[in-house]
Design a protein around this ligand. Structure first.
Ligand SMILES: [Zn+2]
Length: 732
């Protein structure tokens, strides 16, 4: 994507008189436009009186165009006007006096009862093969908030604090992880900004927060379907801009009101009755790699250790050919079909289920099949015509390349693989790697709209349906990488890895938040993380010379607190527990951590109607979370070759106490706490009983023991080291 084209009228500074203003006002939110430039010149929260915009700064035009190629000239509008308006709605137009060139029409309306505004855009008379993206609305001059926080939702959710100090842009765009369509920016001021879209068709989209000095420009990105025959565009969904009184959790509750009405919630797999029961019955996942004796044998050991709990397996590197290289040549299993099938059957007999890994979008370019079958014709293309080839594998340096999800050829190939793994090998599930992504494909020969559109998600969902058709009888659990509302009616489980962000990314300028869970928890099963007891494993098919000597051996004990932190995050966020690269030697080597994991697993199972099927409430506020500096192991599977190490140590200050709150279907409330330190801690916390619907009819049980008295807003209790504390308020 090249230089942006901004219409000349953007350079005019408005000096309008009161009569030059067009005001939309619903008693809650007021938007003021300059009648002669169509600039947004004021945005006010009428409940708090807060003005969002810096009124001294020059406003920018409400839209921007991005051409496909640099040097591309557009015949742009020269004149702006507000051509009609009422108290709640305005139509803004940009065009040339003589009607030549591109014409832009924006409609802005206010909700009748909420402090929300809705933004639509229409473009006509443009050259459809040159215009790639439209940015609208472009809300400029948003004043910096004090101790500013921006929350976005790739994966489970990211919270950026004072991000303008480290970067001038925060964007979500291609490759997109369209987890949810809500973002938020706020600070200590009484009002923050709620930003969302209401797309029900999975269109390709993105967003930018651009930080300039003390202001921010927010831009929503429409990726346009491109074609020489196409000269008009009309947005199929709206951007929503409104007020927010609170934080990201409050924003999640606003979004949830809309989200729960959508098809992906109404038809979600968890409540549909279609999901194989072993997934909701899973108590812990074990994510190991290699042959069955490094995977299923260890799962059996873990199950024996835990006792009456269900262990399920995410199984990498069972397949033929090197990882991140030989895709999709997965068959036969590296240990041979017979051995694999026998091991799977034995595990199943012990109640252990498994989802073997198969990347659901990539093809390795080093494979003979790549050239023999001319696979590149099915691959997704960037706007410059090149593929998205990526050398993930730093040892073999062979690229793998995403297929276009619209292609039936790929649907057949991948669904047949799933068919074999489930129906012939007896696997009870498949893990569809890189599922919840969204690429734009600019290959004009694929039969889909070029660039923008919804062919990626729709194509992917078709693939999932084809797999379901071929495996109907076995009804495998299909899980995908990442979470996403678009997939909730199709995939059973979502691998969300962010509990262990530091293990992969080290120290990053973001806090992980359960934004997705705060909206969708009881409608989507999430699981996973990268945390485990060992150094990274090494694929037996990778070049022997780059294998690190510490491969899959025990990490130093100083990283035990990090592991407990990762487990604690999964626990309080309601994510199914997961342990990575588990080996029986952990029982003796890490008894404290093993006992802690067992306790978290047991408590989650005991209170499953909250922690899996309940609504995530606002977490209790701890008076002191005992933030302490701990040792962090950042590990990289692929670094050993060049850096001679696979461990990059850090230190980070993290809380030792963690909390969450849940409401079950009966309206009872659960407060879950855990202490990751080895010492007992005095724990004091506050809740808002009214917000939680608690009154004198509720009895409090602490760890199952009934207490006297009515619900309070403040409690103090001692929580033992490496343990949990459960407060359950039950309506009697
Ligand atoms: Zn394509």
């Amino acid at each position: 994507m090249k230089k942006l084209i901004i219409p000349l009228i953007a350079l005019f500074i408005s000096a309008c008189q009161p009569s030059d203003k067009v005001v939309l006002d619903n008693g809650l939110l007021r938007l003021t436009f300059d009648r002669s430039t169509a600039h947004l010149i004021s945005m006010t929260d009428l409940e708090t009186g807060y003005e969002y915009l810096d009124l001294t700064a020059a406003p920018k035009t409400l839209w921007e165009l991005a051409p496909r190629e640099e040097g591309c000239e557009f015949d742009l509008p020269t004149k702006a006007s507000v051509c009609s308006w009422s108290k709640n709605k305005a139509v803004l137009k940009w065009r040339q006096e003589d009607g030549r060139g591109i014409e832009v029409t924006a409609t802005v309306s206010l909700d009748k009862t909420k402090p929300m505004s809705y933004w639509d855009i229409e473009l006509t008379s443009f050259e459809g093969d040159k215009l790639m993206e439209v940015y609208f609305p472009r809300i400029s001059n948003i004043k910096e908030f004090t101790n500013e926080e921006v929350a976005i939702a790739p994966w489970t959710g990211h919270l950026y604090k004072n991000y303008r100090k480290v970067s001038n842009v925060l964007s979500q765009r291609s490759v997109i992880r369209p987890t949810m369509q809500v973002e938020v920016i706020y600070g200590e001021e009484p009002s923050g900004l709620y930003i969302a879209t209401n797309d029900v068709n999975s269109m390709a989209k993105g967003s930018y927060f651009e930080f300039e000095g003390n202001t921010t420009t927010y831009k929503h990105v429409y990726m346009l379907p491109m074609s020489a025959e196409n000269s008009s565009f009309s947005s199929s969904y709206q951007s929503i801009i409104g007020t927010l009184h609170g934080d990201w959790y409050d924003a999640a509750q606003i979004y949830r009101e809309w989200a729960l009405q959508q098809e992906w919630v109404k038809n979600n797999r968890l409540h549909s009755g279609k999901m194989n029961s072993w997934l909701p019955e899973t108590d812990i996942w074990m994510w190991n790699r290699g042959r069955s004796n490094n995977v299923l044998t260890e799962a059996a050991d873990l199950k024996e250790y835990l006792g009456d709990y269900n262990v399920s397996v995410l199984w990498h590197w069972w397949h033929n050919g090197p990882y991140d290289d030989a895709f999709p040549e997965y068959l036969p299993p590296r240990e041979g079909r017979e051995s694999f099938v026998k091991a799977v059957a034995e595990a199943k007999a012990k109640g252990i289920n498994m989802t073997p890994y198969m990347n659901s979008i990539q093809w390795g370019e080093s494979r003979k099949s790549w050239t023999e079958l001319n696979i590149s014709q099915y691959s997704a293309r960037k706007s410059d015509g090149t593929t998205h080839a990526n050398k993930y594998n730093k040892y073999t340096e062979n690229p793998i390349t995403p297929m276009c999800m619209s292609q039936e050829f790929w649907h057949e190939i991948y669904s047949n693989l799933c068919d074999t793994v489930v129906n012939s090998y007896g696997s009870t599930g498949v893990y569809l790697d890189q599922a919840c992504l969204h690429y734009c494909c600019y290959n004009p020969n694929h039969g889909h709209t070029v660039g923008g559109g919804n062919y990626w998600v729709k194509g992917y969902l078709k693939l999932v349906e084809l797999i379901r058709e071929k495996t109907k009888e076995a009804n495998p659990v299909l899980t995908g990488e990442g979470s996403g509302e678009d997939w909730m009616a199709h995939l059973d489980g979502f691998l969300t890895l962010e509990a262990s962000t530091e293990r992969v990314e080290g120290l990053v300028h973001k806090e992980i938040i359960p934004f997705f869970n705060a909206v969708y928890h009881e409608y989507a099963i999430t699981f996973g993380q990268f945390g485990g007891f060992t150094y990274p494993p090494y694929d037996e098919f990778w070049p022997k010379e780059f294998r690190a000597p510490n491969t899959e051996t025990l990490l130093p004990a100083k990283y035990n607190t990090q592991l407990r932190m990762e487990q604690a995050r999964n626990f309080v966020w309601g994510i199914q527990p997961t342990i990575v690269n588990y080996h029986a030697f952990a029982r003796k080597a890490r008894p404290v951590e093993m006992k802690y994991i067992a306790e978290l697993v047991a408590k989650r199972k005991q209170y499953k109607d909250y922690m899996q099927y309940g609504k995530m409430m606002r977490a209790p506020k701890l008076a002191n979370n005992y933030a302490t500096e701990i040792e962090i192991a950042q590990m990289s599977t692929y670094s050993y070759k060049n850096e001679g190490t696979n461990l990059f140590p850090h230190k980070k200050v993290v809380p030792l106490l963690y909390s969450s709150a849940w409401r079950n279907k009966e309206g009872n409330i659960l407060l879950a706490f855990t202490n990751i330190s080895e010492e007992a801690k005095d724990m004091a916390f506050t809740i808002n009983p009214t917000e939680m619907g608690l009154d004198e009819n509720f009895t409090l049980y602490i760890d199952g023991v009934a207490q006297n008295g009515v619900p309070q807003s403040k409690y103090e209790v001692v929580i033992k080291g490496c343990s949990t504390k459960i407060f359950e308020f039950k309506k009697e």
